[in-house]
Design a protein around this ligand. Structure first.
Ligand code: TXA
Ligand code: MG
Length: 320
């Protein structure tokens, strides 16, 4: 179905909620910018977000929730985190918190990190969509990678075309500036992205100074860019066509049947979307097999293959 702009009336919001539940991508307005959303628990739907945006790497996405009740079963909220949600939710403050092991949110949303970014948007259409879909919605800004964020439905259509099955038109967004992203993962809060809520207002609420990401040296500005950040313990050997019997094998498509210590095929049928959805869990599982080396069979670089290969190259890079 081609991407189309529809009025955000009750009937279309209900349809959009159904589509989210069925695994489709829906663009919707928030108070900051338009988001391109999918069911956060559906790994293949999340993979299609990365494909639609044409992102060359897996940056972690924000999970949108109706409120704290939905958030606390995804991430761990400290007293400070709760105070911030009381002060700023619903609203343009995204909190990065430790991810709960029990969450069913896809690990592709966190790009394999042990953390997750969550916010409750303050926009009647976004809130109604979240309520009716009745599940958390993963959504980056609804623009092609490298383009500016979309603040109108027409911009989403021009940028993403057919990739959003439906675009709920809520008119121009109020802020036109993305949410503030604050990490509450370490000992002190760290500002990862300045945005619609000012740092001073946040400092007033928590009575504590907030560090800027770049003041802390290697800190987290863009976790996906740190080469060794998600490195598994095992070494990775890319474009492997053969392997030793004590090596683990991460396969894609048709894979030769040499003996090996453990093996997982990301997608026996050679589907890059399925492969992206399985990537992080597969890496973790093979890492836990105890093999010194994971041999990775060739993966095409077209479409989502670029981001998959980017992730694997980072994991294969020499450690600091
Ligand atoms: O206003 C907004 O935040 C919009 C609307 C749609 O909600 N969304 C948005 O999403 O701007 P996106 O994907 O374009 O930006 C998400 C930001 C990125 O800078 C990303 O690196 C950061 O949040 N982020 C997400 N998860 C993270 C994590 N686990 N750790 C650190 N940073 C994270
Ligand atoms: Mg963005």
């Amino acid at each position: 179905m081609p991407g189309r702009i529809v009025p955000a009336n009750d009937a279309w919001i209900a349809e959009a909620a159904q589509m989210i539940r069925a695994g489709a991508l829906v663009a919707f307005p928030t108070e900051t910018v338009y988001g391109l959303g999918s069911d956060a628990a559906n790994g293949e739907a999340v993979a299609r977000i990365f494909e639609a945006k044409g992102r060359p790497s897996f940056n972690p996405l924000i999970v949108h929730v109706a409120g704290l009740e939905q958030a606390v079963i995804i991430g761990s909220f400290s007293a400070t985190a709760r105070r911030l949600t009381e002060a700023f939710w619903p609203g343009p403050l995204t909190l990065v918190v430790p991810r709960l092991e029990t969450t069913d949110v896809s690990d592709l949303v966190s790009a394999g990190l042990p953390t997750v970014a969550i916010r409750a948007p303050d926009h009647p259409i976004a809130r109604e969509l979240l309520k009716q879909a009745n599940r958390p919605i993963a959504a980056p800004s609804a623009n092609r990678s490298g383009h500016v964020s979309a603040t109108r439905a027409e911009h989403v259509a021009a940028d993403l075309g057919d990739n959003a099955t439906l675009i709920l038109n809520g008119g121009p967004t109020a802020h036109g500036l993305e949410s503030t992203v604050l990490s509450l993962v370490g000992d002190t809060p760290v500002l990862l992205r300045p945005g619609a809520v000012s740092i001073e207002t946040i400092e007033q609420v928590i009575g504590e100074k907030i560090a800027r990401a770049n003041e802390k040296g290697e800190h987290l500005t863009s976790p996906g860019q740190l080469r060794s950040h998600y490195a598994p313990h095992s070494k990775l050997r890319l474009n492997a066509t053969t392997w030793k019997s004590d090596e683990a094998v991460l396969g894609f498509g048709k894979v030769a049947k040499h003996p090996c210590r453990a093996s997982i095929n990301l997608s026996p049928s050679g589907d890059l979307i399925e492969a992206a959805a399985n990537l992080f869990a597969a890496l973790r599982a093979l890492d836990e097999s105890g093999a010194d080396t994971i041999a990775v069979t060739p993966i095409p670089t077209a479409g989502l293959g670029e981001a998959i290969n980017d992730r694997l190259e980072r994991a294969a890079a020499p450690r600091d």
